[in-house]
Design a protein around this ligand. Structure first.
Ligand code: 9UX
Length: 72
């Protein structure tokens, strides 16, 4: 079953930042879609919890270089 997670992403200052975060998330297994909004500092992810966890997604955002927290 698909799930949705919303993360706050702190530190993105341009569209390329958002693009790199989005690409990194989409490289993970079990991702259906990811949309990163640089203006609102948010990343919305549709994913399959059997294959990837919210924490793995959060850590992937941090690996790109931004502070990430699960909002809901
Ligand atoms: Mo350009 Mo966004 O260096 O960090 S990708 S500002």
């Amino acid at each position: 079953m698909m799930a949705m997670a919303l993360f706050s992403v702190i530190g993105m200052t341009c569209a390329a930042c958002a693009s790199s975060v989005e690409k990194a998330i989409k490289r993970l297994p079990g991702i259906h879609d990811a949309a990163v909004d640089v203006l609102n500092n948010r990343a919305q992810v549709l994913f399959y919890p059997a294959f990837v966890s919210e924490e793995q997604i959060r850590e992937t955002i941090e690996d790109v270089g931004f502070e990430a927290a699960l909002v809901k």
